[in-house]
Design a protein around this ligand. Structure first.
Ligand SMILES: Nc1nc2c(ncn2[C@@H]2O[C@H](COP(=O)(O)OP(=O)(O)OP(=O)(O)O)[C@@H](O)[C@H]2O)c(=O)[nH]1
Ligand SMILES: [Mg+2]
Length: 339
């Protein structure tokens, strides 16, 4: 049911009077939950809000319908929160498969696909690249070839998201107990795919004629039942999907660069202008695409920058918390002394 598995079962006390529930939606002061035989909306107490639950999370609720605990996740999608705040935003948790959606048009962008692949690796989700709007072009061969070249064995499916027959190729990932999430720019057809796969009727909207961009029709994440028993998480197109703490995932996605780097003279080689750089040699000898290296270095730099600023912010928050504690302790002492 719902994607429950031994990993979660192992986290609960057999005799505790609690029930597991899955988070289907998160609103400002409420969460929508579903369990084996119930579906309900629960108010978020301050304690529950501090659990920072996200769509796809498993939580425990007591007989009073209060959130008691959030179970550890086997993986989660995160991004650096948009705007200036150096904070991390959770997108979805406990996802088995990520459908990375892009269209067979100007939306198609190799650098963005590499970014999504890193996010999938980091979240422990199996990536499938879905090229939508296949019906709008004479051939999708070039798009499929470009996407297939991004990582060894990466799965790529080109389809018309409006056509139930076409969409059947995605069914193997939608089986009972499986959780799939959709990620991609606005207007690529994520909600259209959700509708075709689930038989529901989420809002979709035509893209702008001039730049083929969407209008951000979907505004919040939501989880939907699939006919075979799986779950599908639709997300809004996110303009800014900045990487945070995905260093290892980048090494996986750019495995050929990582393999070459092992032969560099310096272990912290940035593959720019250091002597004895095996990666630069591969570029010079035509064994590695210079553009691919440029994109790798850019994502690496972004990941380092964001990870550092978030670590700094966390340590600042901790210092502040410590300072408050010291001041409060001092106040208590003062009071005690006066008595
Ligand atoms: N011809 C064709 N049109 C499609 C396909 N997929 C989506 N569309 C159309 O593209 C438009 C945008 O689709 P949506 O499903 O709303 O896109 P979205 O990814 O959910 O966009 P946001 O919610 O803004 O992130 C709609 O008019 C769809 O009917 C496809 O495969 N072929
Ligand atoms: Mg949508």
């Amino acid at each position: 049911m719902l994607g429950w598995r031994p990993f979660f079962q192992a986290q609960i006390d057999a005799d505790a009077d609690v029930r597991p529930a899955r988070v289907l939606g998160v609103h400002r002061d409420r969460v929508e939950l579903a369990g084996e035989d119930f579906h309900q909306v629960v108010e978020l107490s301050p304690k529950a809000a501090a659990m920072h639950v996200t769509v796809g999370d498993w939580v425990l609720i007591n007989p009073q319908q209060q959130l008691v605990r959030r179970l550890d996740r086997f993986g989660a999608f995160r991004r650096r929160a948009a705007g200036t705040g150096a904070d991390v935003q959770m997108i979805a948790a406990n996802v088995d498969t990520l459908f990375i959606v892009t269209s067979a048009n100007r939306d198609f962008n190799i650098a963005r696909l590499e970014r999504y692949l890193a996010i999938a690796h980091d979240a422990g989700a199996f990536p499938v690249i879905v090229i939508s709007k296949a019906d709008t072009v004479a051939s999708t061969a070039e798009f499929v070839a470009a996407a297939s070249g991004l990582a060894p064995g990466v799965l790529v499916e080109a389809l018309n998201a409006l056509d139930p027959e076409d969409v059947e190729v995605l069914r193997p990932w939608c089986e009972a107990g499986q959780t799939v999430a959709l990620l991609g720019s606005s207007g690529v057809g994520k909600s259209t795919l959700t509708n075709t796969l689930t038989g529901e009727h989420l809002d979709t909207q035509a893209v702008r004629e001039d730049d083929q961009r969407g209008r951000h029709t979907t505004t919040s994440r939501s989880m939907h039942r699939l006919p075979q028993g799986g779950w599908l998480i639709d997300t809004p197109g996110m303009r800014e999907l900045q990487l945070v703490d995905v260093g290892h995932a980048l090494d996986d996605v750019f495995s050929e660069v990582t393999a070459l780097a092992a032969a560099c003279r310096f272990s912290d080689c940035s593959h720019e202008s250091e002597p004895g750089c095996a990666v630069q040699s591969a570029v010079v000898e035509g064994r590695l695409d210079a553009e691919r290296l440029r994109r790798y270095r850019k994502l690496r730099a972004e990941d380092r920058r964001n990870s550092a600023s978030i670590a700094e912010r966390r340590s600042r928050d901790k210092d502040f918390g410590r300072m408050i504690k010291v001041v409060m302790a001092g106040k208590r002492q003062e009071k005690g002394g006066k008595r």
